[in-house]
Design a protein around this ligand. Structure first.
Ligand code: WTA
Length: 650
């Protein structure tokens, strides 16, 4: 556990009750109703979850036992048989829903496609047959590295249909990162595309996969979706075009009846130690979490047009672009490209064009839009919007207010949703028809969720004081383990506070019972809502032959939330030149991806350390942020290091 201060000086007294018109139509209509249901859900968790599983999901066979809890291992709905793609597709092929748009998609160049539930079902069945015809079986891992096109959703739904476990890798990751993940998951196949559009340029995805293949031992075949028609190299017998294979198969593919705990997907995320962790989610519990939170947090109704701007490469895209909305039979919007291409009006144009009613995005985007100016949203009719959501990092009250007023016209509740890759679905959030929202606060725990804020010993802190955010009891969509490393799973999440899930976030709870997330307390950075480990960046830096030692910290950044600052000491005989600086930035981009590009690389003769040799990151954070170091420096081994670093700055 790091000793970074968990403190908060934020005072916020504004509070917005749900608008009456919203409230009267909402699934959960009042604070009392929420409170009653929440009490019931935590007093009778198994009963509550069993009732929800029964009413929200369609089962081939009912489960025998709702929860088997062998701390820290949970099994939910054991003995049950179910299929995720069946729940997202087949059960909606009713006369009322078959022709309803499931996905409305817009490409960055402006092309657009609508797939009804019937269309999507057909494509998924066909692609599931493609997977089978290429040797993919239940339990095999399939890597997915694609642009945000409908085929990405089709790919993962097809995996779930036959019981293959998907591992989606965000398209911004480099070939090294793809190879690491392929090897860790022992993936048998990679699904990719020739390229994807981003800011008018083609991102050459297939080329990155080709490079990754030099180091990916387990991958046998690659299927390539043609998106940009850029030139790609296809290797005979290994690489196949998506459209060629689709032309050869039937659209008849019944959904596999899978165990509730069948591995659904692995998603890699950053932790406080070196290598990325493969977070494992399983079938029924995850689906229930994604389904129920989509229904209540977004208050989904039959006629909503729902848009979550996340990429499917992150957990938000898994739970709230694909699985949650589709399991509810909703219409989900997908947009391929950058928010400011061709200009800052793009998002608002999409909302107007498709009459979006629910919009879910990240604080980093909201801040960038606020900076670009209200003239952009003002040019568009945003009156169809009825609900706004935020996710990925703490949202500052100014950005929250801008979002509510300029985008929501002052009429839409704003739900600030806190959760993690590990939690699978939203854990703390207002319910829009019930909870009074407060700018900057994620407010209340969702049904069945029991958070607490504690000190290092696990003792609850006083009301209003900062502490570690933990979850006291298991929930259906919780991670089951770290793929291939159950010890790390136990250590990282279950050994800090006995018997409880350790989130890695600091938080406080105010006198009204609202939760305020204060950010990470471990060595994880949050850059534009993307989780990055300082250790991962450091190990990239020290892989350069000139580097002796490196320490990476985050500094506050107006738009990105945090930016990456690297402190580097060079081996004797290496001069700290601009060329070396540039090379080190490139090393980070190569190992991780362009979205992890450091903001600053500083050279120093030595790093501030404790007498026991631990780098004092807190001091580096102060320097990177350009603020005076407060707090204890008595353990610092050599004060001159700090003075020198400050001098260099001036
Ligand atoms: C942060 C993204 C404050 C937090 C869903 C968490 C937030 C990490 C919020 C998980 C929020 C996410 N307010 N902080 N509403 N939502 N976070 O795994 O630090 O990519 O631990 O999942 O993002 O990031 P991840």
């Amino acid at each position: 556990m790091s000793n970074k201060d968990i403190s908060s000086s934020l005072k916020e007294s504004r509070s917005f009750p749900p608008p009456a018109a919203f409230q009267s139509r909402a699934h959960i209509k009042s604070e009392e109703q929420y409170q009653q249901l929440w009490n019931y859900s935590v007093e009778n968790p198994e009963k509550y979850w069993s009732e929800q599983a029964e009413s929200l999901l369609t089962w081939f066979k009912k489960w025998d036992k709702t929860l088997e809890w062998d701390l820290p291992h949970a099994k939910w709905f054991s003995g049950g048989k179910i299929n995720v793609s069946y729940n997202c597709l087949d059960r909606h092929l009713t006369p009322e829903r078959r022709k309803k748009p499931a996905i409305i998609w817009e490409g960055e160049p402006g092309d657009s496609r609508t797939l009804t539930y019937e269309d999507l079902h057909k494509e998924v069945c066909q692609f599931a047959n493609v997977l089978k015809s290429q040797g993919i079986k239940k339990g095999d891992r399939v890597t997915v590295y694609m642009p945000l096109v409908p085929e990405l959703a089709i790919a993962i739904l097809a995996c779930t249909r036959i019981g293959a476990t998907h591992c989606v890798i965000f398209g911004g990751f480099s070939s090294d990162a793809i190879a690491d993940r392929n090897n860790n998951a022992e993936s048998k196949m990679v699904l990719t595309a020739d390229g994807g559009w981003r800011r008018g340029q083609v991102v050459e995805l297939k080329k990155n996969v080709d490079e990754a293949m030099l180091k990916s031992k387990s991958v046998e075949k690659i299927i390539v979706y043609q998106r940009c028609k850029n030139t790609v190299t296809m290797k005979d017998g290994r690489d196949f075009w998506w459209h060629d294979l689709m032309a050869k198969v039937s659209a008849d593919c019944p959904a596999e009846e899978l165990d509730s705990e069948h591995p659904l997907f692995i998603l890699y995320t950053s932790g406080s130690t070196g290598s990325p962790k493969g977070i494992l989610h399983t079938t029924a519990g995850y689906l229930l979490g994604a389904t129920i939170t989509s229904k209540y947090v977004f208050d989904l109704k039959e006629d909503d047009v729902y848009w979550c701007t996340a990429d499917i490469g992150w957990v938000t895209g898994h739970s709230y672009v694909v699985y949650g909305p589709l399991a509810n039979g909703a219409t989900t919007v997908m947009y391929e490209g950058a928010p400011n291409t061709p200009d800052w009006g793009r998002f608002w144009n999409i909302i107007e064009k498709y009459k979006v009613s629910i919009f879910y995005t990240a604080p980093t985007a909201i801040r960038a839009f606020a900076k670009a100016g209200e003239e952009w949203p003002n040019k568009h009719n945003l009156k169809t919007l009825r609900l706004l959501g935020s996710v990925g990092e703490p949202i500052n009250p100014e950005a929250w207010m801008w979002y509510q007023n300029k985008i929501g016209g002052g009429n839409c509740p704003v739900v600030d949703t806190w959760w993690q890759t590990e939690t699978g679905s939203i854990m703390i959030s207002p319910l829009p028809g019930a909870t009074a929202t407060v700018p900057g606060s994620a407010t209340r725990p969702f049904f069945g969720v029991q958070p607490a804020i504690v000190d290092k010993e696990g003792v609850p802190v006083e009301e209003g004081k900062g502490g570690f955010l933990i979850i006291k009891t298991p929930w259906p969509s919780m991670l089951r383990t770290i793929w291939g490393d159950d010890n790390r799973f136990k250590e990282q999440y279950w050994s800090q506070i006995k018997g409880c899930y350790f989130t890695g976030d600091g938080a406080r709870r105010d006198e009204k019972g609202n939760y305020w997330i204060l950010g990470r307390i471990d060595d994880v950075l949050n850059v534009s809502g993307h989780r990055l480990s300082t250790m991962e960046i450091e190990s990239a830096l020290v892989s350069d032959p000139a580097v002796a030692e490196a320490a990476v910290v985050g500094a506050p950044h107006d738009l990105k939330g945090e930016s990456i600052h690297c402190f580097v000491t060079l081996k004797i005989g290496n001069a700290p030149t601009d060329d070396v600086r540039k090379r080190l930035i490139d090393v980070v981009v190569k190992h991780i991806g362009a979205f992890a590009r450091p903001e600053a690389v500083r050279f120093t003769d030595s790093l501030p350390k404790t007498r026991s040799g631990k780098i004092m990151r807190r001091l580096l954070r102060d320097i990177a942020a350009g603020r005076e170091s407060k707090g204890d420096t008595s353990t610092l081994e050599d004060f001159s290091v700090l003075a020198k670093l400050r001098e260099d700055e001036n």
